[in-house]
Structure formats: structure tokens, C-alpha cells
Design a binder for this molecule. Structure first.
Ligand code: FES
Ligand SMILES: [Fe+2]
Length: 395
């Protein structure tokens, strides 16, 4: 893979350093972190079915993908199914507390084994009741005399690459028995995420949102504050300063820090008077995952975008988790309410424009290119990293 390798490890950026950068932009009259130049992107990045197939195979079929948080399978015997890409996968915490992943496929006649969320000592197939332990070993075959010449070990569950680190469980969507080195994959992004204490995050609710747009068109909407005062005039722009954002790349991953309104009061004030605010960077874990701690509300938003059944379709898994530091005054219901508000904005505002833009790209004149401005630096970064894997789009 040719994408930028994560550099040597560093500590999480301090919130005060990020505060200084943000207040500096505001003191400058509302500047923002910038790319060196605009970037033109061919419409075919969003519309070419052949390129879409290559993305599915080379990116979603081969890279580590965040399947769930550790809290989704908190105890031995807990299981989680991940069906977003390629084969259905089953992630199980064994009695040794290790997370393992398998094809969610019985080795008798390939029936799906389980759905998310049942704690069990044995995984029992719903078709003929073959049973497997939580480490994937075949331990029970009804009428076993009918299968006497079979090598039992060859009928254990089929493993899938998996890795757990920092409260996150990554998988690759194909058979294989390697451990994914999540810490190495995240590189310098890892320490930023460790600061969120994801290992103690608890799942609250989940929603799937479909959109008639290419997955990248929808993902692009998460990466810039340029659209806040126009598209989100009555929602996000009421709480944050449009156009002002920090950008940091960590290998193929990146972080964008948007500007909460409270920063306006810090301009011209001594740092000692600035409020101590929790870390709220919006992280892109390449290629498809947005992880955003809404720290003041005690929630952690996890938005994962996946290719749909064709180049012009996608879906998003939108989840919210309860952060370990959330005070008791934050109820689970308030997290659900906040999550629903976010879904309303993403689906009703961002994705509604994405769908219209997608349709227009599919009918655009040959050779049309859209352009990412210098202030859309995170989008430039993401598209360059995709090109680094599968080559530039034609057009
Ligand atoms: S397919 Fe699972 S026991 Fe038959
Ligand atoms: Fe948006």
C-alpha cells in the first residue's frame, strides 16, 4: 500500500495547544488551516462503476475496518455481527476475554450462526444445531456418527483478521488468521483516540441511514466548516463558528477540530481565563469512519460510511456511545435525543445535498471536475489517500 506511513509515535495533543491554534485563527479575523492549493477532482471519482468496484475490493476488502467498540462485546460470550462489507462476520469475546472474528457461517452447510447481542457459552447453529465454543472450535455435532470420516478440526469456524486496541475492534472483511496491529495502523492518531477512553464507552443506540449518493460524497460533508453558515444556518452554525477549523493529518487518518462558539470569548483574554474544555476533535479513521466525541453532551458519535450496492448509493451506520466521563446528569435518553438531532442534520441537510450533487455529477458534461478549496483540506487529504491506493480517477 502506498499511503503515507504513520510517523513515529507521539503523545496526544494537549487541548490547550489546540485552543491556542483556534483562538489564533479567531484573533486573525476568522482564518482556518489551509491546504497549499485547491484540488480538482474528476466527477468519475463519484460515478465510475469500475472505480467503485476497485474501491470495494482494494480498500473495503483489504484494509482494517472498525467493526465495533470493545464495549459492544464487553463480557465473555458476547457477540457482534458486522455485515456492512462483503461476508457477514461474527465477533466474539472468548472466555479468555480475547476478541476473535470469524465468518458468520456454520461449517456444516453455511447457515448464518447468530445475530448481534446474545451472550452465550456456545454458538449453536439454528439449522441443525452444530455447536462451537467462543474460540471457534467445533464442539458438538448431533448425529455425529453420520459425519464420522470428517476431520473435526477442519470444521472449526473460519477465522477473520481481527485486532483490539484502545477500546476499538478492527476486522478485515475476508478470511485469514492474522492479528491486526491496530496501534500500528492508527499511528499518531492512536494517542489522540486513547484520550477518549473508548475502552469504557458503552453502546447506547444505532441507526442505519441510506443515501442515493456515492459514499465519498457523503463522507466529504463531515470534513469542512465551509458549509456550516449556509447549509446548517439554523442548526450547527448556531453553536459553532463557520469557516474556522484545525486540520491535522496522521498518516492516512486525520482530525478536524471545529470551533465551538465559546472560543469567541477567549480572544483577547489571558489563557488563564480560558475555560478548560474536553477534547472534541472529529477524527477520520481511514477510509470510512468518523469518530466524534460530543464531550459536553457526554456522548461519542461513531459514523461509518460504506459503499452501497452501486456507485451512486451508500449507507451510514450512525451510533452513539456513552463516554466514560459522562456525568450522571446526562441520561441515556438525552444521548438518544442528541443522536436523533444529529441524524436529522446528517440525513436532512448534508445527505439531501449529497444526493442532489450525486445526480448532477452523473449527468455532468464529460471532463467536469469539482474543486476542493484550500479550506477543504481534509477532503483533499482523504481523496489523495484513496488515489494513493487505487490510482487517480480518469477525467
Ligand atoms: S448448517 Fe449449521 S448445523 Fe447445519
Ligand atoms: Fe454538514
Amino acid at each position: 500500500m502506498n499511503i503515507a506511513a504513520p510517523s513515529s509515535r507521539r503523545r496526544p495533543d494537549s487541548m490547550r495547544d489546540l485552543d491556542r491554534r483556534t483562538v489564533g485563527h479567531l484573533a486573525n479575523g476568522g482564518t482556518t488551516d489551509l491546504a497549499d492549493a485547491p484540488l480538482a477532482v474528476p466527477a468519475s471519482e463519484y460515478t465510475d462503476p469500475a472505480r467503485f468496484e476497485t474501491e470495494c475490493q482494494e480498500i473495503f476488502g483489504k484494509l482494517p475496518l472498525l467493526a465495533c467498540f470493545s464495549g459492544d462485546i464487553a463480557e465473555p460470550g458476547d457477540s457482534f455481527t458486522f455485515d456492512a462489507v462483503g461476508p457477514s462476520l461474527l465477533i466474539v469475546r472468548g472466555k479468555d476475554r480475547k476478541a476473535r472474528a470469524f465468518l458468520n457461517m456454520c461449517t456444516h452447510r453455511a447457515a448464518p450462526l447468530v445475530a448481534t447481542g446474545q451472550r452465550r457459552k456456545l454458538i449453536v447453529c439454528p439449522f441443525h444445531a452444530w455447536s462451537f465454543d467462543t474460540q471457534g472450535k467445533l464442539v458438538g455435532v448431533p448425529k455425529k456418527e453420520c459425519f464420522d470420516d470428517q476431520d473435526r478440526a477442519a470444521r472449526n469456524l473460519i477465522p477473520v483478521p481481527v485486532g483490539e486496541w484502545g477500546g476499538m475492534i478492527f476486522v478485515k472483511a475476508h478470511p485469514g488468521d492474522e492479528d491486526i496491529d491496530v496501534e500500528a495502523w492508527l499511528g499518531d492518531m492512536g494517542p489522540q483516540l486513547l484520550a477518549l477512553d473508548l475502552a469504557k464507552a458503552r453502546p447506547i443506540t444505532f441507526e442505519r441511514v441510506d443515501a442515493a449518493a456515492n459514499w465519498k460524497y457523503c463522507l466529504d460533508t463531515f470534513g469542512e466548516a465551509y458549509h456550516f453558515k449556509v447549509l446548517h444556518a439554523t442548526t450547527i452554525a448556531q453553536m459553532s463558528v463557520p469557516d474556522v477549523a484545525l486540520f491535522d493529518a496522521f498518516g492516512p487518518h486525520h482530525r478536524v477540530c471545529f470551533t465551538n462558539n465559546h472560543y469567541k470569548d477567549c480572544v483577547g483574554q489571558p489563557e488563564t481565563d480560558w475555560p478548560d474544555v474536553p477534547y472534541t476533535g472529529s477524527h477520520l479513521i481511514f477510509p470510512n469512519t468518523i469518530l466524534y466525541p460530543a464531550a459536553h453532551q457526554g456522548g461519542i458519535g461513531l459514523y461509518r460510511l460504506f459503499p452501497g450496492e452501486s456507485v451512486g448509493k451508500c449507507f451510514t451506520y450512525m451510533s452513539v456511545y456513552r463516554a466514560s466521563h459522562a456525568p450522571d446528569s446526562i441520561t441515556d435518553q438525552s444521548l438518544i435525543d442528541g443522536h436523533n438531532w444529529n441524524i436529522g442534520i446528517v440525513g436532512g441537510e448534508d445527505y439531501s445535498v449529497s444526493e442532489g450533487g450525486q445526480r448532477n455529477l452523473e449527468h455532468a458534461p464529460k471532463g467536469f471536475k469539482m474543486v476542493f478549496g484550500r479550506n477543504e483540506v481534509a477532503l483533499q487529504n482523504m481523496h489523495r489517500n484513496i488515489d494513493a491506493i487505487i490510482g487517480p480517477a480518469e477525467g
